[in-house]
Ligand binder design. Sequence first.
Ligand SMILES: *Cc1c(COP(=O)(O)O)cnc(C)c1O
Length: 370
Amino acid sequence: MANKTNRRNSSYLTYPYIVCNLNKLRDNLAALTERCQIYNVSIVGVIKGFNGIAEIAKVYDGKVDYIASSRLEQLNVIKELNLQTPLMCIRISMPSEVDELVRICQISLQSDPSVIKLINEAAKKQGIIHKIILMADIGDLREGFWNKDHIFEEALKIENEYDNLYLAGVGTNLGCYGSIVATPEKLQELVDIKDEIEKRINRKIDIVSGGGSSSLLTLLDKKIPKGINELRLGESVLMGLGTWGLDLDYLHDDVFELWTQVVEVETKPSFPVGQRGVDAFGNVVEYEDIGIHTRAIVSIGKLDYGNDPFALKTFDKNIKVLGASSDHTILDVTNAKEPTKVGDIIKFKISYSNLIYLTNTNTVRLIVRD
Ligand SMILES: *Cc1c(COP(=O)(O)O)cnc(C)c1O
C-alpha cells in the first residue's frame, strides 16, 4: 500500500482503491518513445495527472529528458528521490515561488518578463543557472507571449543580460483553453519563432517544445514539422489517446483501475417518485424513465473523483453509471453479466479527468503493482 503525497494516511485499509499497473505504464512509455524517436522528438514525462506519486513517477526516470509537473509541491517530493532525470516546471511561475522553483527544478516554462527577472535574481542568490523555455501563444490563448517582437526581445535579454539564466528553448501549448488543434501549420509557427530567435542571438537553441498529448496526434499522423524536437506528454502515456477518439492497440487504457464496493442493490423505479426540486448540488436534473430496474450503489462519489461520474468506464459494459452525489455512485446493474450483490467489487477504468482527483485525495487508497 503506497502513501500518496500531500495527504493523510488512512489508518485502516478499505475500498475504494486505485490499482496502478507499473508494467503497463512502462509499456506505454516505451511505445511512445519509440514512435517519437522516429522524428527526433524527445519526451518530457508529465506526472501531474497522478499527483506526482513517487512510486509511479520513478517509472519515468532515465527514460525521458525531463520529469515535469505544474506543481512544485510534487516536484519537490521527486527531488528528494535524487533521480538521474532533471526536473521541469510546466506551469509559469508565481512571483512568490521563484526561490523554490530554482531550488527544485533545472528548467521551467515562462512567459512574463517581470517573473523571468525575479527568477534570474533567485538563481543568482543560489549561485546556479536556471534554464528557461519561453512560451509562445500561437492561438490557444492560455499562457505565452502573444506579441512576437516581445518574445524576441525577451530572448535577447535572457541571452545578454541575465547571467543566471540560460535560454534553452521555445515552447507552446495547444488544445488546452482554446481547443486549438496542433496542426502542422500551427506548429510551424513555433519553429519559425525559434528560427528568428536563433538569428537574433546568433546561436542555435536546444529545445522546441511543441505541446502535450494533443500534439502527439500530429506526430503519429506523420505531420510533425521538422524542428519540433520535444513533446511534454501526460495523459497519452497514462491512458492512451482515447480522449481524442483514438483506440491504439499498442497503448494500454487501463494502467489505472478503480475498485469500488457495492453497499446496496435494490429493484427501484428509474424515475424519481414525488415532487421534484433540485439535486444534492442544487441542479435541476432531467431523468429518463426506463421503468423498473436493478440499481446498485457503490461507496464512492464526487468528493473522490470530481464532478464527472460519467467519465468512469465499467469493465462490464452492461453496467451503466446513472449518476452520483458526493459519496454515492448509482449504477444500473439490471443487465450485468454477473448478478450484483452487496459486498461485490465493481471495477472501472479511470479517465484523466477523474484521475487527477482520485490520486489527490486521502479517501481513496492506492495499490501499485509491479
Ligand atoms: C499538463 C501539461 C502538459 C501535458 O498535457 P497532456 O495533455 O496531459 O499530455 C504539457 N504542457 C503543459 C504546459 C501542461 O500544463
